[in-house]
Design a protein around this ligand. Structure first.
Ligand code: URA
Length: 423
């Protein structure tokens, strides 16, 4: 067997065998297959796709490339969640404590941001003292003690995905259903939860640009879950606009806290409630309606908020000391009308240029910078009104950001946050 034959086979739209996929993935992890060879194979997969069997095999081979977490010492049904990547996506910070407050253990390993999407671990590290590097024994002890832990992935969780994902990021091979499905599901299966809720984002700021593709991605991930004995539910959700009203690590933590206090932006609160509801329904084996009542109660009576405080304290953080820069620079509207679009990718790029995210793996994050939206899509806007703020310690010229806001004479249809639930 050799890699050129394997690349050629995929180029010719033929199905790769288990052994061929294993040869390519393991060879790449062991450095016998070079970046340029793996890039060629990935591009052939992006263009010609993979059969379901190839996707199952790729997932299994990646899953077997590293450690598998054993959560059996944690009592109860463990339910994990995963988002395919969003801008301003701080749902985990709200959902994890809410679900834990309902009595469903959440043992969650999260990642850091790369490219335009943020990572939960970076957000949490904007809380002074918050320790995300927790070893396995303490991780399990924490979930048994307080019902929730949010930690960074261990060094050796699906190393094949780590290496391949970094290559995909710089070779234009991220947007592929087989590659995304196997990347996400290998990590979810390795993380050890019993059941999984997937938040599959669709829209202008997501990998999946249309609902049909988001459905295909959801369906294959559910099938992979079944194959490995895990129940998976996928929610197809709106990523046309930034999620919530902030982008930037410290700002997003503060927004998550306000949401848990019941003072969150309406669409974002709804998204969190729905994700938490499906997790609780799976974790407690109760109906979706019963789960929604329970989750709503835990939001309203602040038990979710108190669980967040408990989580931060347990992991060494000081919730009163969140890194947020002191100065706010206004983004002023030069027109009047209805705000019909907010370009999430432009805002994310702007925030990343200020230091909110990384362009390369070794960049150092500035946790305090970011953007606050003062208006949401469909709001009526007056000339010279404040659309939002850039938050930074140093002066920022915000005029260029005006292009990210589209103002027209008529408004658009009401925005739907949840398009479909796929089981
Ligand atoms: N998130 C992942 O973990 N992998 C992908 O390929 C895309 C989004």
């Amino acid at each position: 067997m050799n890699i050129i034959e394997i690349i050629t086979k995929k180029k010719n739209k033929l199905e790769l065998s288990y052994e061929e996929i294993k040869y390519a993935v393991e060879g790449y992890v062991n450095n016998t297959i070079k970046d340029y060879q793996m890039s060629a194979l990935l591009m052939a997969i992006v263009i010609n796709g993979m059969t379901d069997n190839e996707i199952y095999n790729l997932t299994e081979i990646m899953l077997n490339s590293g450690d598998k977490i054993d959560l059996s010492l944690i009592n109860g049904i463990k339910v994990d969640k995963h988002s395919t990547g969003g801008i301003g996506d701080k749902t985990t910070l709200v959902v994890a404590p809410l679900v834990a407050a309902c009595g469903v253990p959440v043992a969650k390993m999260s990642g850091r941001g790369l490219g335009f999407t943020g990572g939960t671990i970076d957000k949490l590290e904007s809380i002074k003292g918050f320790n995300t590097n927790v070893d396995m024994n303490n991780f399990i002890k924490q979930v048994n003690d307080i019902g929730v832990a949010l930690v960074s992935q261990t060094g050796n969780l699906v190393p094949a995905d780590k290496k391949i994902y970094a290559l995909r990021d710089v070779t234009g091979t991220t947007e592929s259903i087989p590659l995304i499905a196997s990347s996400i599901m290998s990590k979810k299966l390795a993380s050890g939860a019993d059941k999984i809720v997937l938040d599959v984002k669709v829209g202008k700021g997501a990998f999946m640009k249309n609902i049909d593709d988001a459905k295909k991605l959801s369906e294959i991930m559910i099938k992979i879950g079944k194959r490995f004995g895990k129940q998976v539910i996928a929610l197809i959700t709106n990523m046309d606009y930034p999620i919530g009203k902030t982008i930037g690590n410290g700002l997003e933590v503060r927004e998550a806290i306000n949401t848990l206090k019941g003072k969150g932006e309406e669409r974002f609160t709804k998204l969190c409630l729905v994700i938490a509801t499906y997790m609780v329904s799976l974790g407690k084996n109760i109906s979706v309606d019963e789960a929604l009542d329970l989750v709503t109660e835990k939001l309203n009576n602040k038990e979710g908020y108190n669980k967040f405080l408990e989580l931060v304290k347990y992991q060494g953080g000081n919730v009163l000391d969140i890194d947020i820069c002191k100065n706010k620079y206004e983004i002023i509207s030069d027109k009047e009308g209805y705000l019909v679009d907010i370009d999430s990718i432009s805002l994310a790029e702007f925030a990343n240029n200020l230091g909110a995210g990384r362009k390369t793996k070794n960049d150092v994050i500035n946790y305090g910078v970011g953007i606050i939206l003062n208006k949401k899509v469909n709001d009526r806007i007056k000339k010279n009104e404040i659309l939002g703020y850039v938050v930074s310690n140093n002066f920022v010229d915000t005029t260029k950001l005006m292009d990210a806001f589209t103002i027209k004479n008529t408004n658009i249809d009401e925005i739907n946050m949840i398009y479909e639930v796929i089981k």
